[in-house]
Design a protein. Structure first.
Length: 333
């Protein structure tokens, strides 16, 4: 099926207008009307049928369409971050933090591949966010639409989301990426991908707390707990971290992995009886207890910024990701 697009309403322009409508709070194609009502600001805007037709055309050649859209997003992001200067992720010499997390999007009507989730019905997308620090929010780098019954710890989906997110970063920043995930990312396959020699990444991945880990944490003396830092190098009030690498059997994991645990409380002695998070990380070299306060190691732990990966579930609905259409391919666009 072929269509002739008016010069002022080329596919890229319509797609950009739809993206602008999402930013302005839209959650369906018809919300492009908010731009159409302001011609002095937005110029000519496609009608609802034309916008709907474009989505159907793009969905018919989905791989090619997604490559083009992702390339355009990456170019726009590079320009936006250059204009943002010191306010952009990775400004200065710090890392660019990428948070991975699966979230649930409820389907209120019939959607293709919507399915029961672990607590409701809908989709279960895997998301990747560029962290803007405690004062900011997450910037969506990749949202991988998945069926509602997709797993939380599917390694292939974590790898694909991380790959798409890295491709969204300006080339000069990809070698400074710190990929973070909760325990859903704590799989052998994902860690093998993160630690490939061809991929110079830092990482912090949560691990399911086993009885051995809990026992090791309870043996850590109070003197070994050091204050946890956030990504800006500031001490996090009531958060403590300790290196427990030497207290665990990590022989089945990737060589070079180190493990840390975080506890919450005004002091280590008064903190909870079990760790609130345990993570495998990638310090420049395996830390020792005496060096556990190293900022490089500390900020790479699961609690480096308050385990912000978990906030993806709160961010996603606000970004207009509730699938507005019935077709799975159309919603991917």
């Amino acid at each position: 099926m072929f269509f002739t697009w008016k010069k002022c309403l080329r596919p890229g322009r319509i797609a950009a207008d739809l993206a602008a409508a999402v930013v302005l709070g839209g959650d369906c194609l018809a919300d492009i009307a908010v731009l159409r009502e302001q011609p002095q600001l937005a110029g000519p805007v496609a009608s609802d049928p034309v916008a709907s037709r474009l989505i159907s055309v793009l969905a018919g050649d989905l791989p090619r369409a997604l490559r083009a859209i992702r390339s355009a997003r990456a170019a726009a992001r590079e320009r936006a971050w250059a204009l943002a200067g010191d306010a952009a992720p990775g400004a200065g010499s710090g890392p660019v933090i990428i948070d991975l997390d699966a979230t649930i999007v409820i389907a209120h009507s019939d959607k293709e591949q919507a399915a029961p989730t672990w607590k409701t019905f809908g989709s279960h997308p895997m998301t990747a966010w560029a962290d803007h620090g405690a004062e900011g929010n997450g910037e969506p780098l990749a949202i991988q639409l998945r069926s509602g019954n997709a797993g939380s710890n599917t390694a292939a989906d974590h790898i694909e989301a991380a790959r798409l997110a890295l491709a969204q970063l300006p080339g000069r920043l990809r070698g400074r990426a710190l990929v973070r995930a909760d325990s859903g990312g704590g799989t052998h396959e994902f860690l093998q991908w993160l630690t490939a020699r061809s991929r110079p990444l830092h990482y912090s991945v949560g691990m399911t707390i086993t009885e051995d880990m809990q026992a090791a944490v309870l043996k850590v003396p109070a003197s070994a707990w050091t204050p946890a830092y956030d990504g800006d190098g500031q001490v996090r009030d009531g958060a403590w971290v300790a290196d427990i690498t030497g207290m665990l059997d990590l022989s089945c994991w990737r060589p070079g992995c180190a493990s840390s645990s975080e506890r919450s409380g005004r002091t280590p002695e008064r903190s909870c009886g079990s760790p609130t998070s345990t993570a495998a990380g990638s310090p420049p070299s395996p830390p020792t207890p005496s060096a556990a306060s190293s900022l490089t190691w500390n900020s790479a732990t699961a609690g480096g910024q308050g385990a912000r990966t978990g906030s993806a579930a709160r961010r996603t609905p606000d970004c207009g990701t509730c699938p507005p259409l019935k077709g799975f391919a159309q919603n991917q666009v």
